[in-house]
Ligand binder design. Sequence first.
Ligand code: PMP
Length: 417
Amino acid sequence: LRTSGDPLERIESGVRGYAKLFPAVFDRAVGSTLTSEDGRQWIDFFCGAGSLNYGHNNPAAKQALLDYISRDGIQHSLDTVTAAKVEFVETFEELILRPRGLDYRIQFTGPTGTNAVEAAIKLAKQKTSRSHVIAFTNAYHGHSLGSLALTGNRFYHSEFYGSRNNVTHLPYDGYSVGVDSARLLAKMLEDSSSGIPIPAAIILETVQGEGGVNVASDQWLCEIASICRHHGIVLVIDDIQVGNGRTGKFFSFEHAGIKPDVVCLSKSIGGGLPMSIVLIDPEMDVWKPGQHTGTFRGNNLAFVAAAAVLKNWADPNFESEIQNRSEVIQTKLSSIQDRYSHHEFDVRGRGMIWGLDVADGTLARTVIDDCFANGLLMEASGAEDQVLKIMPALTIPTALLKHGLDIFGQAIDRAID
Ligand code: PMP
């Protein structure tokens, strides 16, 4: 790559990726700062799509990994019990499950979020002997054929995939002004003329990350949970992007006080390394041993990094520090919204995931490019990529956060004025 020509041009011709959108050869990253080979730096508001909540090369994870590798710890173990797995499970139970009064069983599902979603839906179907699933508009649950069926955006689908089978997408909370979509769902399930059978599962994100930072109200979530209880429907919360503290609490559904039957976790659970799990209500665990498997479910390096970053949750101030940063972001976005009140921008978010909906994908791209040119990495989400998404590491220092927000604000000014 380095022997002839510009590496970016060469990689762009042979590899599908982000070379055009973010023209840099990234090389190193610490905390919330990325550095390219040629020494340029960016503040990271993208956070590996939510997989780096504790920052790049988190010092605790890095040290634990270095120690583990230097003592020749097991790297990969499929389903066997290892010291690293035990350490992860015990840490997760002690710091996350027990303090929240949760008794979930943990199933390791593989490296990606999609693996967790596939497992959750299969389990719900097996448990209920039903095949239908309800998901929501703007949902994002993955791209494999099973999980793609649950992902809303038409752009990802093709008539040839045959991938919409047995899934109905209903309006997410707030999708249509004045429509209470939980009540609508309750009525449709009671009404045989609606054509929607009682499903095996309802799957949802409490904040839709890829779908445009749409935040479901706690009340709506409680109503959905109650519909599930009433009909014996398995409630699956996809906390892949907004779990792991992203909304200010470890699980995003804690705000609403509901207890899902199944929870999907991935991205930041592995402390920066690939890992996914499903949490299963003990009553739901109907699988026979070996009924749902996959090779890379025993990535012990991920278990080591995961246990290390989970220790953040032993700090009694961790949640309030997220809240402080949340307020910094919200204040900045509200001031931008006020400055451009004639543009009807919408500000949405919770914890450390925020969106500025500028209702125009081209404008959003202009802002992203300007930010990139000025040292800030960020992305858009939403069906038209019209929502500028602010998703820094939970651990970003406040001064760096403010600096990034200033770059963002100036980019908006330049794009509009
Ligand atoms: N669910 C949600 C909510 C996600 O945000 C994503 C990834 N953006 C996935 C599932 C799929 O995860 P992965 O890309 O790791 O398969």
